[in-house]
Ligand binder design. Structure first.
Ligand SMILES: Cc1ncc(COP(=O)(O)O)c(C=O)c1O
Length: 397
């Protein structure tokens, strides 16, 4: 490997939410025990050197006045989308900066729905979506993903259709690849969902923030590419933040292929006056989306795949009653502990607290969906991952 994914970064004292905060109320790490951050979605790896280098170069010029997005910024996104996602005909006019994917979701909600209206989600669902809905006074209607006989999460198109009709839904939120279930939806699956949305005239917010992190031969299919309806009714959101651990710099973007739809979203965002890029995040993106950034990503994907298989194999061998679906993308693992808790007579709150006490900072999956779920972030150095699972084995399960 050319890049370092093995060294353990000490993130303490460097503003890292992942190590400074414990996400389970009342839970405490036992005295003298080190913390292994395995919850919020950022990685415990240093970002790509191409990112640090691009930001460092910009810092050398000691003036940070008003600035203009460079040609390189737009061309980097166009090139990245062509190389990674096979989007051949993207133009600058179809791209827009977003102050976070959730910021874009707030704008879209405001543009296409009224307070009190319902929005469709596929559940389990990224907890941030739920928070955005609550803050904007919209109702969440969940269509549950269902596990097939092989334990793979599938969409229930009939249920989605029924819920949209029953609740007069005009906006649907789609997450591809899916957090927390780790599905990389196939073209046929996305087409099936878009057909339901088309039948019901829904606008679709397609969160593709995880699109670079597809593993083991899976390929990301941009939602807008599956049909003409999708191309003209879908607001797609991307960012280098999950891929390169840049969430702290803020710097997402949307792709909207339909000029009318784009104008509606841009006009709504402009009402707040807050949707402006930061010059350092612009340079971080151009560094990330460079050839060197891409080489780093290819190595990262191998590291993540190894971690995911290690964790899934370990659980199958050591934690009877805990089930997982092997993620096809993302670096999140969604544990279902229902059978385990039933067999052992254990309670989820106590189980979650025991994990935290052992220093494994994991996340209550029930806020995403399910009654006995835990979400774990596997983007940590391999030795840390092994340490985490050994701790879970000896002190928790
Ligand atoms: C599916 C999904 N969407 C959005 C976000 C947050 O994106 P942003 O920080 O750009 O608002 C996350 C963060 O984990 C996520 O998993």
């Amino acid at each position: 490997m050319k890049y370092d994914f093995d060294s353990i970064l000490d993130r303490r004292g460097h503003d890292a939410l992942a190590v400074e905060m414990i996400p389970i109320p009342g839970a405490k790490v036992a005295d003298g025990v080190s913390r292994i951050p395995m919850w919020v979605a950022d990685m415990s790896f240093p970002t790509a050197p191409a990112v640090t280098e691009a930001v460092r170069k910009r810092l050398e010029h000691p003036c940070f006045g008003y600035y203009m997005p460079t040609d390189e910024y737009w061309d980097s996104i166009i090139g990245w989308q062509r190389r990674r996602n096979g989007v051949e005909d993207l133009t600058r006019d179809e791209i827009g900066y977003e102050n976070g994917v959730l910021g874009c979701l707030s704008t879209v909600i405001a543009a296409f729905t009224m307070p009190g209206e319902s929005v469709l989600f596929l559940s389990p669902v990224y907890v941030g979506f739920q928070g955005t809905m609550e803050k904007t006074g919209r109702r969440v209607v969940r269509s549950e993903l269902v596990k097939d006989s092989r334990g793979i999460y599938r969409m229930d198109f009939a249920d989605m259709d029924r819920k949209i009709k029953e609740n007069n839904i005009r906006l649907a939120v789609f997450c591809s690849p899916h957090n927390p279930c780790g599905r990389v939806w196939s073209r046929e699956e996305i087409r099936g969902a878009m057909d339901v949305f088309e039948k019901n005239n829904c606008i679709v917010f397609s969160d593709e923030i995880w699109s670079d992190l597809v593993l083991d031969g899976h390929r990301h299919v941009p939602t807008q590419s599956v049909s003409d309806y999708a191309k003209h009714h879908c607001i797609a959101c991307y960012a280098p933040s999950k891929t390169f651990s840049l969430a702290g710099l803020i710097g997402s973007y949307h792709i909207i292929r339909d000029a009318g739809l784009k104008k509606t979203v841009d006009d709504k965002a402009a009402e707040t006056g807050y949707n402006h890029m930061n010059v350092l995040s612009m340079h971080a993106l151009t560094g990330a989306y460079s050839q060197e950034g891409e080489e780093w990503l290819e190595e990262l994907l191998k590291v993540l795949s190894r971690n995911i298989h290690y964790a899934c194999d370990y659980i199958a061998a050591h934690f009877p009653g805990v089930s997982v679906t092997v993620p096809e993308g993302t670096y999140m693992l969604f544990l279902d502990c229902e059978e385990y808790c039933r067999n052992k007579g254990r309670d989820m709150d106590e189980l979650l607290r025991a994990g935290i006490a052992s220093g494994v900072i994991w996340q209550d999956g029930r806020t995403f969906g399910g009654t006995h779920t835990i979400r774990m972030n596997l983007a940590v150095p391999y030795s840390m991952l092994q340490d985490a699972f050994d701790r879970l084995d000896s002190s928790v399960f």
